[in-house]
Structure formats: C-alpha cells, structure tokens
Design a protein. Sequence first.
Length: 132
Amino acid sequence: VNLEIKRISNPNIIYIGVKSLQEMDLVLEKTKILVVPSVADVFPRIILEAISQNCGVVLSKNCQVAHDFYSAGAVRLCTPGSDSIVREVENLLTNPAILEEQIRLSKKYVEQEYDMSKWKEILIKENKKKNR
C-alpha cells in the first residue's frame, strides 16, 4: 500500500494512522472532520462512529457506500490523492455553516437508513442460522 502524505500548513489537520477501537473513541471526541481515504472498504464502520460523535466526514468516492451517503448530503467526496482530500477538508474548515449542515444531514440519514431496530431482527435471524 502506498500512502501519499502531503504536508498541510494547518496545524489542526493531523494524520493519526491506524488506531484501536478504544483509541478511536477518544480521537473522535476531539475531531471536527474525519477523512476516510480508503479505496477498498465496502462499508467502513468508522463513518457511523464519526457521525455519532458529530464529526464531518470526507470519504473516498471509491468506497462502496460513498454515493448513497453523498446523495443524502451526509459526506463530502474526495478522489484518491491528497489534493482532493485537502480541498474538501479546507472547504469544511473555512465554511462552518457547510460543516454544520453536513453533520445535521448525516445524522438524519443514519437515523433513517441505519436504525438498529431494522437490523436487530436480521442479526437475530443470522445468529439463529449459525447456531443450528
């Protein structure tokens, strides 16, 4: 895996790398915008975790769920590569109203599409199948 890391003049933008779940909870509490540059994930769970912590999300357009979230206004999309990521992050940081609206729309989208009551029955059925 080749990572392209661009030096960013804004000291509030940092690359944290891979973290454990416990570490991510702490990181997200202090985060305004989470960048998910993954080009291979089908559904990075970190998106839901970030939204639950009121973070804006910049997501690679190559992620399988990217366009569903984007169509709902829940994320900003970037192409692979640092220029696109920097452009989207800087846009959100310099336009707080856009960031606030994205967070509002992302919460609305997740509540509608990822309500746990919808998934509870599916998970129970799958668990029963495994235990047969």
